[in-house]
Ligand binder design. Sequence first.
Ligand code: DOR
Ligand code: ZN
Length: 345
Amino acid sequence: MTQSLTIRRPDDWHLHLRDGAMLRAVLPETARHFARAIIMPNLVPPVVTSADAAAYRDRIMDAMPEGADFTPLMTLYLTEDTDPDDLAAAHDSGLITSVKLYPAGATTNSASGVKDFDKVRPVLERMAEIGCPLCVHGEVTDREIDIFDREAVFIDRVLDPIRRTTPGLRVIMEHITTRNGADYVASAPEDLGATITVQHLMFDRNDMLVGGMRPHYYCLPILKRREHREALLAAATSGDPRYFLGTDSAPHPTHAKEAECCAAGCFTAPIALSCLAHVFEEAGALDKLEGFASLHGPAFYGLPVNDDTITLSKGDALEIPKTLPAGDHTVTVFDPGLPLNWRVA
Ligand code: DOR
Ligand code: ZN
């Protein structure tokens, strides 16, 4: 039985760090284990220009714990007013790694997102030309569409048309949550990849809703039926390089989660790798964990893999703090409700 596993140091290809006190609270949790992360731009106000991205990167570097070896990979938030020249300059200089598309209203702080996809076509064409990848929150926002169907409908109505009209654009479907998402990636050429979160590999909607509603399991896209979780797990453990880890760790103050209208997002950063080792071991696929967490993401983004390694070892169950202090508030750590025996040594 495997008790210890050494892998290349992983990266997180989808992460929310926020700003201010929350940034200082959560950054060490990611920097401890991960070498790099794609930093989501959905601040209030969002990170829309190269100047915004440079200033946000500086704030992240200021919040970096002593001795940490962590590189934030910055993104821009795509709006209908994004300036293609500003975007191209930010990409050429290495300031940004990708651009994020939020359909307006799809999720937390997405009000400035895209309503009319035709309006961003020139920017997408420029991105294809310069090789800047597009990270996509793939859900339609139409009230007529059931929340559990929003990803599948987005693929047909929005994503597939964008990919057809913008050849050469590299696209990452962020946090896929359905068999439809996994199958769409599998059927596409290598210019389409997908990130998968830890919670979508471990849980389905029953875990969130049966026996009482668990707000800390609520995120967007929402947890789906079990068959979808099984399809995601099969994709993540398949060794196919187009699937890679993006935790979507998304901290909110505890009071905003445990509220009449609960904020979407699971704060998984502190336990992400322990959960991942647990779920890959259960699937009999520990040998595929390094690819998913450490190799496929850099390959998709055209970046080198990390030189250093981490060792995961199995032992007594981890003691996980229930909350972390975050300024005047706390942030609740995602609790998978089962013993986690894998830890990063
Ligand atoms: O659950 C989510 N939380 N999904 C997102 O897309 C955004 C994120 C957040 O920023 O809290
Ligand atoms: Zn996210």
